[in-house]
Design a protein around this ligand. Structure first.
Ligand code: NAD
Length: 424
């Protein structure tokens, strides 16, 4: 490849800078050719579409949607679709890149992608959301497909949206194509265990990390920020395994009980009220107080950029397990590393979701559907294998778990790139 190894001029927002910096760090340790790093820092395709939606009240609103396909060296692009007002092409680009390393780390035959529409789904009716999803899908019809790019749910989307994407795509093809999405309803080819997969994976990673430190889940104290799909499932499974969940939070605030919270009761409360606001059987506490509680494990499972440098200097957990994507900023990460607090990185800790998406895709392509025990068993095998590969490399190289995870993910993609070569 030729000369100018300037990294793709990344947008200035923190997450993208962070993703590029992790790629660079891993590349340096692996002694990758700078041309390869430059190649891997640029997404292959950025697609921005306008999504006009006929409103129930009359008139049309026009939303902006994106799909960023980072890298398909190892296989089709794979990644979620996010509906959130703060979606930007920069955020989607960063998350697409994260997906590339996550899939490679887990040994999945996928490249990374991500999609999103800047919209508040709570402000749209179900009919409007369906029209938005179908129009967004139509705009991307030539760029997705079971061998091309396979969307999945992310923040603000669920099995319902995946069914609409699958139907829209299938109508254009003239036959049912279940493999175009994962995370779809069971009735049209979804997988048992997919909905809980990310939280279940977080539980497994916490268990393995504690084991590494000579501790068991039983009696371990845990604080969890965000009681949504990831945090809620992780809280339930960790509590069932004997851990003491001393604090949880959602966007209404935090809830603390030193003896351990009643997680099934909290989840019932949230299901009924759609929020934890008004829950009186625990002591209220602020989001910041939750993040700085003394405990064995802290699981940020809500949003990006929650733990910055100053906050990281006050964290009292022994281990931080990243349930969310990018919850620790670059400065926060450096501070935690300097203070000797172990961080299990997002590309490993929350990889259970894409792992079971892969199992769903395999089941769909082979028309053979598994029972839940088999799905959970495969998740257990592949995720714990990845955890121990990351742990062993970190020990051998005396580096953080994050750098080790990136070295494995980036290294696999770079090796594949060298085998395939640069076209033309
Ligand atoms: P979700 O929408 O189901 O849950 C998010 C939770 O965070 C909600 O309980 C919300 O109230 C809470 N929250 C929002 N703002 C908060 C704040 N300021 N303080 C405390 N809590 C707050 O979303 P999810 O699917 O659980 O995803 C959470 C994170 O995990 C995201 O970063 C997502 O990208 C990542 N992730 C999700 C999956 C998956 O399969 N769902 C897979 C990989 C990564």
């Amino acid at each position: 490849m030729v000369t100018e190894n300037v990294l793709w001029s990344a947008p200035t927002c923190l997450p993208t800078e962070m993703a590029c910096s992790n790629l660079e760090r891993a590349g340096r340790v692996l002694q990758l050719n700078p041309d390869v790093i430059a190649y891997l820092s640029a997404p292959r395709k950025i697609i921005t579409v306008s999504v006009p939606v006929r409103r129930d009240r009359g008139g049309v609103s026009v939303f902006v949607g994106h799909r960023v396909q980072h890298c398909d060296i190892l296989g089709p692009f794979k990644g979620g679709v996010r509906y959130h007002p703060s979606v930007t092409v920069q955020e989607v680009t960063n998350l697409a890149m994260l997906m590339t390393w996550k899939c490679a780390l887990l040994g999945l035959p996928y490249g990374g992608a991500k999609g999103g529409v800047a919209v508040n789904p709570q402000e749209l009716s179900v009919g409007e959301l369906e029209r938005l999803t179908r129009r967004y899908t139509s705009e991307l019809i030539k760029d997705i497909g079971p061998q091309v790019d396979i969307p999945a749910p992310d923040v603000g989307t669920s099995a319902r949206e995946m069914a609409w994407i699958m139907d829209t795509y299938s109508m254009q093809q003239g036959h049912a194509v279940p493999g175009v999405v994962t995370g779809k309803p069971l009735t049209i080819g979804g997988s048992l265990g997919r909905e809980q997969a990310t939280g279940r994976g977080v539980m497994m990673v916490v268990r393995e990390e504690l084991k590494t430190q000579g501790q068991h889940l039983e009696g371990a104290t845990i604080a969890i920020q965000g009681l949504g799909n990831v945090g809620g499932t992780a809280a339930l499974l960790l509590a069932q395994a004997g851990a003491r969940i001393i604090a949880v939070s959602d966007s209404s605030g935090g809830y603390y009980r030193a003896e351990g919270l009643d997680i099934p009761q909290l989840l019932d409360y949230r299901r009924e009220h759609r929020t934890l606001a008004g829950y009186t059987l625990a002591q209220p506490l602020s989001n910041e107080a939750l993040l700085t509680l003394p405990c064995d494990v802290l699981i940020p499972a809500a949003l990006e950029n929650q733990i910055d440098g100053p906050l990281a200097s006050r964290i009292q957990a022994r281990v931080v397990v990243e349930g969310a994507n990018g919850p620790v900023t670059m400065a926060g990460d450096a501070m935690l590393e300097a203070r000797g607090i172990r961080v299990v990185p997002d590309i490993l800790a929350n990889a259970g979701g894409v792992l079971v998406s892969y199992l769903e895709w395999v089941q769909g392509l082979s028309f053979l559907f598994w029972d839940e025990a088999r799905v959970n068993g495969e998740l257990e095998k592949l995720l714990t294998r990845a955890y121990h590969q990351v742990r062993v490399l970190a020990e051998e190289q005396v580096v953080s778990l994050r750098l080790s995870a990136y070295m494995l993910g980036v290294g696999r993609v770079a090796t594949a790139f060298q085998s395939r070569g640069l076209y033309p």
